[in-house]
Design a protein around this ligand. Structure first.
Ligand code: MN
Ligand code: MN
Length: 474
């Protein structure tokens, strides 16, 4: 018997983790860098869900997508979109086969952790005016004080007008900030029983917004009134109007290259705009396939997918019913559920990258790395697999076989976030699984997820774009 070559056998049988930067040729590397320029632009335009929808429609229109509301019928190759309450954008590229045979869908979310203003946010204390916030999504609160924040959103006035607010993005704009104690008066529990100086309470996330009082001794809260006078003169806003507003504080910082080699991107909101952008551009660039391709950008993922703009809104059913009517001539709900049962979806969401400074938080054998490509997560959830949909083996196999056909698509495999019983997190996958779609999580690994600035690798961003496009086309 010939002697076994174990070097060859190892290569054949063991799973090789691959760094895209090492695998790719120069041309592919250049394509990844070029792709990231459009991504950074998109990030800077999309710091709220409404802005992400608007920026996406802009790109979709340029690629020939039309508002579905004005469409009478659809045939293979047609491209349409529909918007729900300004916060969901669903797009479809009609396939060659009937919709009844199922669709391929990418579902990213376009909400990111941030600070919403409270219903009654404005107050004065010690001759300073503040706006109180209520954090949205799972943040580490200590990361948000002492950084420059912008104020963005809309205020709805009694006269029916909508006022757009966007302060802090231009270099000449003022910014806002949450304060923190100086170390000199905060030595290890000096202030109270909180021994961790990193701890910041939700009620302490208050923005400093002014300090000049009005000149009138009869007024009690002079700085607060001065802020209201400014808001009235500038925007026609009264204090009560701040209740009927959707205002939020987000980091002012723009998307930037990170590192000497510029291989990484630092930006706010990459969870989950990175998957929204790669899904969208994947669909804009995709070939018309047998199956209809759907991109469904949802909101409210970061607060548990509740609400009429979340994955749990039946806007998905409405959209697919409308498509079914226009493509197949059938629009009843029963048919929609039959279509779901034949459809495949990727919950297009980010996951944790292995951070060498905090290896203890991870099972290093089952964690994704920055630069190692598309992160496919068989399941998310918590210890005991609580709250996960856990993708089927055959669907995972199908995807791996598909991605293996394109040498530039590098992917990595994992399941769960962090160590068992210590970490965990959910995505929208389970809500699609409950509707009887085949679904798996796959997206970009990040550092600093949910922090004011998150880090991605340009290699992963490009891999994910290629993989999403391949998924849609096949
Ligand atoms: Mn996410
Ligand atoms: Mn998240």
């Amino acid at each position: 018997m010939p002697k076994t070559n174990y070097k060859n056998l190892e290569k054949k049988l063991t799973l090789q983790k691959r760094n895209a930067w090492e695998v790719w040729d120069d041309k592919t590397k250049q394509s990844a860098f070029k792709f990231s320029e459009g991504y950074k632009k998109f990030l800077n335009q999309s710091k709220t869900e409404r802005e992400a929808v608007a920026a996406s429609i802009e790109l979709a229109k340029q690629a020939g997508f039309k508002d579905m509301a004005g469409v009478k019928s659809l045939k293979a190759g047609d491209k349409v979109y529909a918007v729900n309450r300004g916060k969901n954008l669903f797009l479809a590229k009609v396939g060659k086969k009937p919709l009844a045979q199922g669709f391929n869908m990418l579902m990213p979310h376009i909400d990111s952790p941030h600070l919403d203003l409270k219903v009654m946010p404005l107050y004065e204390d010690e001759n300073l005016a503040f706006l109180k916030t209520h954090y949205y999504g799972g943040i580490k609160k200590y990361q948000w004080p002492t950084i420059a924040l912008a104020l963005r959103g809309q205020v709805y006035l009694e006269n029916g007008k909508k006022v757009e607010i966007n302060i802090g993005e231009k270099d000449s704009d003022p910014v806002f900030m949450i304060t923190d104690l100086l170390p000199h008066v905060d030595r290890h529990g000096a202030t109270d029983s909180r021994v961790k100086s990193k701890e910041v309470l939700g009620e302490e996330l208050n923005l400093v917004v002014g300090s000049i009082p009005v000149k009138d001794e009869k007024i009690k809260e002079k700085v607060k009134l001065a802020v209201l006078e400014y808001l009235w003169n500038e925007y026609g806003i009264k204090e009560v109007d701040l209740a009927s507003a959707e205002l939020r504080a987000v980091p002012c910082e723009k998307a930037r290259d990170l590192g000497f080699d510029r291989s990484l991107i630092s930006a706010f909101g990459q969870d989950d705009l990175v998957c929204a952008y790669t899904a969208l551009t994947g669909a804009l660039d995709s070939r018309v396939g047998d199956k209809t391709q759907i991109i469904a950008m949802v909101d409210r993922e970061e607060i548990g997918s509740t609400g009429n703009t979340s994955v749990n809104s039946n806007f998905l059913e409405t959209f697919v019913s409308d498509l079914s009517e226009l493509v197949d001539g059938e629009d009843d709900l029963d048919q929609v559920y039959k279509i779901f049962s034949k459809s495949r979806a990727i919950s297009a969401d980010v996951t944790a990258g292995l951070d060498p400074d905090y290896k203890d938080a991870f099972d290093v054998r089952n964690t994704c790395r920055l630069g190692f490509g598309l992160a496919i997560e068989k399941y998310t959830g918590h210890g005991g697999k609580l709250g996960t949909s856990d993708a089927s083996g055959e669907f995972l196999r199908e995807l791996m076989t598909l991605f293996n056909k394109n040498k530039s698509i590098i992917y990595q495999l994992s399941g769960g976030m962090g160590k068992i019983d210590k970490g965990g997190g959910g995505t929208i996958a389970k809500y699609l699984a409950n509707r009887n779609l085949e679904v798996i999580d796959a997206g970009v690994p990040l550092f600093n997820m949910h922090a004011p600035l998150e880090i991605s690798s340009k290699a992963d961003v490009f891999c994910v774009y290629l993989a999403y496009k391949a998924f849609l086309e096949n």
